[in-house]
Design a protein around this ligand. Structure first.
Ligand SMILES: [Ca+2]
Length: 429
């Protein structure tokens, strides 16, 4: 059984994207009784089942009558449509769910391209600027790839800023086996040029954070060189962003016998990673690491869905996924793709899909020629048995609602920007 949202009065059909929606497949299992309430007396009565990890704000709920009503914990459970004066919202990594102003720092490769399409599809997200960085490809090529995605979305008006061309320490190392020579799978999707602002990426990050303190979400999807350079100019930079949701790191320490995971974004510039993860913050930094992004898999079914949808937007998204699936087939032997950056972007936009996280300072460990960046807690949120550093804490996502993630991501990739960016609950996405 899957939780469903339905109109009780039939006055208007509820869309899957309505803000009250935060349902998970596990929801029905945890709350088999549907809670029925009105948000306001004038709104249609809706049905929703409330998972255990929802929190309740507002006045204490009161049962106001109706068949079979009883107060249990914080919820008024009824079998009739009544008014209940409370608001339920899910624990959302401490982030508010409102209109977002976002700055994206990206080494635009294949998964970055899907991320950007997702963000560009959202009517409640305003992208203030995009900063380019090396990683999946060179910084120059990343800027051209950003321009290609903006062209698909017809959003050439969004300013693009040139980022650092090399790491703070060590050599620039780009492996074209993952994203191709051009970063977009060598499928002819990139552009030959990009219009860049005169201001550098780091200067832009400092300026926007100080012009709009507490208002902007910073969303790094590549190596952290630009952010580290900006931190050298303003050590309180991270605290001035509303949130910093970044793709990178390896999450918390794994269970005994589990693999220590490393990520390419930290590896590309280890010095920058250490600067950013240890910088002062306002408990507003969220690590979406490879511990979860490796579970955010798209496959040939998703490719076929995109390919069968007419339009430049879904066809661009399909070609991106086809190129990515081909890469993973060479490496993993399966035509799937880890949507690393897209998971981070969906969590930025819809933080309620993150169903678990731990919080602690970050450790840095050289391991097998790579570099492990981990939050100093165990996977089940316990302290480690050895001394760990003091310092700013970072939230590391440990689990997410895969079904909801795929539904909203595919909705955006299929439809582009519209009022209906989610796949309907009933659609097989
Ligand atoms: Ca990336």
């Amino acid at each position: 059984m899957r939780c469903r949202v339905a109109s009780e009065t039939g006055r208007r059909p509820l869309r899957a994207c309505d803000t009250v929606v935060g349902l998970t497949p596990a929801c029905a299992a945890t709350s088999p009784i549907w809670t029925r309430f009105m948000e306001t007396p004038s709104s249609p009565c809706i049905s929703i089942c409330i998972p255990d990890d929802f929190i309740v704000s507002g006045p204490q709920p009161r049962c106001q009558g109706g068949r079979g009503c009883k107060l249990t914990q914080n919820f008024c459970i009824c079998f009739a449509c009544i008014v209940v004066p409370f608001h339920a919202r899910r624990r959302t990594l401490g982030m508010a769910e409102t209109q977002r102003q976002v700055v994206v720092d990206t080494d635009t490769g294949l998964d970055d391209a899907h991320s950007l399409l997702y963000l560009l599809a959202q009517p409640d997200i305003e992208i203030l600027g995009l900063t380019s960085i090396f990683g999946n490809t060179t910084t120059e090529q990343a800027a051209r790839n950003i321009a290609a995605v903006l062209d698909v979305a017809d959003r050439d008006d969004i300013p693009v800023f040139r980022g650092a061309a090399a790491p703070l320490a060590g050599e620039l190392c780009i492996d074209p086996r993952w994203h191709g020579i051009d970063g977009l799978g060598d499928r002819g999707l990139s552009r030959g040029d990009a219009v860049l602002q005169a201001e550098s990426a780091a200067d832009f990050l400092v300026r926007i954070a100080n012009e709009r303190p507490g208002q902007v979400d910073l969303h790094p999807l590549g190596p952290l060189t630009n952010v580290a350079l900006a931190l050298q100019r303003d050590p309180d930079l991270l605290s001035k962003f509303r949130s910093v949701v970044l793709m990178g790191g390896g999450g918390p320490y794994p269970p005994p016998g589990g693999l220590t995971l490393t990520d390419a974004n930290s590896d590309h510039d280890r010095t920058a990673a250490e600067i950013v993860y240890t910088a002062r913050n306002a408990r507003n930094v969220v690590m979406v690491g490879v511990n979860v992004t490796l579970q955010a898999l798209l496959n040939e079914h998703h490719y076929e869905r995109l390919r069968s949808q007419a339009g430049r937007w879904p066809q661009f998204a399909a070609t991106i996924l086809d190129a990515s699936n081909a890469t993973y087939e060479r490496v993993w032997g399966r035509r799937v793709s880890a949507a690393h950056d897209a998971l981070a972007s969906v969590i930025l936009h819809r933080p309620e899909i993150a169903t678990g996280w731990v919080e602690g300072p970050v450790t840095f460990t050289p391991t097998a020629g790579s570099f492990a960046v981990q939050v100093a807690r165990t996977h089940d949120d316990r302290p480690l048995s050895f001394k760990t550093p003091d310092g700013p804490v970072v939230k590391a996502v440990t689990s997410f609602d895969y079904g909801e993630f795929v539904r909203v991501l595919m909705g955006a990739l299929l439809r582009g920007r519209s009022d209906h960016t989610c796949c309907p609950v009933t659609m097989d996405c």
